[in-house]
Design a protein around this ligand. Structure first.
Ligand SMILES: C[S@@+](CC[C@H](N)C(=O)[O-])C[C@H]1O[C@@H](n2cnc3c(N)ncnc32)[C@H](O)[C@@H]1O
Length: 220
């Protein structure tokens, strides 16, 4: 195939086949999401593997996910947890949470994952008020307009040296001087935050590229 015809999808097919082939549990999770009529807005297998490796490299024992959907990214993340580790995943839609719980149970992750249903902003406030133990890693992947609010709350729930990841952070608005968007504001917030060191990793999608913004929490 001439170079000019290669697309980001072609590259992602190679990366996925080589480094992130799905096992039966992940394939079934996607199939159950489809039959449950959940939107196809989960991370790709290659990004799931990236999340899995970041959690492993960081030695994460407690992970917070904001935006469960059908438990696809949750499966990649929870599989990186050691014995006794915990993924707390926040989801607004009870149907999504139900599909996710069944998928995570089928994947043998019942003991490692807890889904909390409700608006993430309220759940996060309650977690702070209740003195929730701190997390090693936070993955933000819910409604984009909520990202800056979730960042503010997640920051207080993240341990010193912990990671905060934001998904879908290369929106078209980055090319505009006048337009903004939730994830553009999120990038600006983490890039200028005095106690976060951040960068953005481009992520291949079937159509074009997207971004995963990575931040590490440094001393107050
Ligand atoms: C992009 S999907 C998450 C995909 C998932 N992380 C994955 O890759 O498998 C976003 C999810 O966030 C949920 N969501 C939207 N608004 C929310 C809110 N205010 N609080 C909590 N969850 C919300 C949606 O219902 C949806 O399931």
């Amino acid at each position: 195939m001439p170079d000019t015809l290669k697309t980001s999808h072609d590259y992602d097919v190679y990366i996925t086949a080589t480094f992130a082939p799905e096992d039966e549990a992940l394939k079934t999770t996607r199939a159950e999401m489809e039959s449950g009529k959940l939107p196809k807005i989960n991370v790709s297998a290659s990004e799931g593997k990236l999340l899995h490796m970041i959690a492993l490299m960081h030695g994460a024992k407690r992970i917070l996910e904001i935006g469960t959907l059908g438990g696809y990214s949750g499966t990649w993340l929870a599989r990186a947890l050691p014995e006794g580790g915990k993924l707390v995943s926040l989801e607004l839609d009870p149907h999504h949470a139900e599909v996710a719980q069944a998928n995570l149970d089928r994947a043998g992750l019942t003991d490692k994952v807890e889904i909390r249903v409700g608006p993430a902003s309220e759940t996060l406030s309650k977690m702070i008020a209740d003195g929730e133990p701190l997390f090693d890693l936070v993955f933000i992947d819910a409604d984009k307009d909520g990202y800056v609010d979730y960042l503010g709350k997640a920051f207080g729930l993240t341990r010193e040296g912990g990671l905060i990841l934001g998904d879908n952070t290369l929106p078209d608005s980055i090319f505009s001087e006048t337009e903004t968007s939730g994830t553009k504001r999120y990038n600006e917030a983490v890039a200028t935050h005095p106690h976060l060191i951040s960068t953005l990793i481009p992520v291949l999608r079937s159509q074009g590229i997207d971004g995963l913004t990575i931040s590490i929490k440094r001393g107050r």
